[in-house]
Design a protein around this ligand. Structure first.
Ligand SMILES: NC(=O)c1ccc[n+]([C@@H]2O[C@H](COP(=O)([O-])OP(=O)(O)OC[C@H]3O[C@@H](n4cnc5c(N)ncnc54)[C@H](OP(=O)(O)O)[C@@H]3O)[C@@H](O)[C@H]2O)c1
Length: 282
């Protein structure tokens, strides 16, 4: 599994599994735990979750799957990279550690590998930074970062703290806005960009142009979309999937290298942005 270097020198898998829409229904829980376990067994090492997903339900599903995988000896805790996020309304100096403690309890873990501010909210950014840094010092999280931060937000953050490890934003072959200024800004500073909704919530699997190229390469359009995201320097991707066929296809896509001519063809289909526009959010 390819890794990305975080500021400070630690590494993070460049590919992982999203968990939005998981943990929302008790009836689907067993199947979702089984999907997470299958993912870990087939080699997924980064799992992205959030306090928001299923209002804690997704973290519980991740916690159960990870506990079972650890007990079965499928993986070691140190090999996993667990990401979660704090709701902005909880991201105060006092609220952040409390929210983190609740996430840790649901995950059944003693630390989270990367803890993100889900998006900017009403609490002063400096307070959130201090709370995150205190959580690192206490060993509750290994790294902290942000999500849905545009370039100006990152500039503001950089004036307050120098240890932000990542920014997770909407980035896909059909949503290339971050390439105009955010991605170069982060790349220059060695801060990885985690691409969420990298297959546009499944829609890119049906993109006619991508399908045509993918067919020629003997892969699926969703795989092509993922391989394209992962070909961008300093970018990680976290597609969500519960269907085993999707899990396998996506993992296989993480190992693909696209020929420059294929990248150029994709550029013609979905061109890079020519001007700055506000960061898109899903
Ligand atoms: N920070 C944020 O604000 C934010 C916002 C959005 C998302 N995220 C994170 O990013 C993750 C990924 O984004 P997302 O869930 O919005 O969308 P996504 O990963 O682009 O797409 C997920 C959808 O695509 C389907 N799919 C997966 N692999 C496929 C394949 N190979 N072929 C065809 N369809 C496929 C999945 O189906 P099945 O599930 O049925 O397999 C699911 O319906 C989230 O789960 C979450 O962890 C973060």
């Amino acid at each position: 599994m390819r890794t990305l270097e975080l500021p400070g020198g630690a590494t993070m898998p460049a590919f992982g599994l999203g968990t939005w829409k998981i943990g929302e229904s008790a009836g689907r829980r067993a199947a979702e735990v089984a999907a997470l376990r299958a993912a870990i067994a087939m080699g997924y090492r980064l799992i992205d979750s959030a306090q928001m997903y299923g209002e804690g339900g997704a973290e519980e599903v991740v916690g159960q799957a990870v506990a079972e995988a650890l007990r079965a000896g499928d993986v070691r805790r140190e090999a996993l990279f667990i990401v979660s996020k704090v709701y902005p309304h909880n991201a105060s100096r006092a609220g952040t550690p409390k929210a983190c403690a609740r996430s840790l309890a649901r995950l059944g873990l003693d630390h989270i590998d990367l803890y993100l501010l889900h998006w900017r909210g009403e609490h002063p950014l400096g307070d959130t930074c201090e709370a995150m840094q205190a959580l690192v010092a206490a060993g509750k999280i290994r790294h902290w970062g942000v999500s849905n931060f545009d370039t100006d937000d990152m500039e503001e953050l950089a004036a307050l703290a120098s240890d932000c490890a990542a920014n997770q934003v909407y980035y896909s072959v059909a949503e290339r806005g971050p390439e105009f200024s955010l991605l170069p800004w982060q790349h220059e500073r060695g801060i990885p960009l985690m691409a969420y909704s990298p297959i546009d919530q499944g829609a890119l699997a049906a993109d006619a142009g991508l399908q045509q190229i993918a067919q020629r390469l003997g892969i699926g359009a969703a795989q092509l979309a993922l391989a394209w995201v992962l070909a961008q320097p300093g970018v990680a991707a976290i597609p969500k999937a519960v269907r085993e066929s999707h899990l396998r296809e996506n993992l296989a896509a993480a190992a693909l290298t696209l020929h420059p001519e294929v990248l150029a063809e994709i550029d013609r289909l979905h061109p890079a942005p020519r001007r700055n526009r506000p960061l898109a959010m899903i």
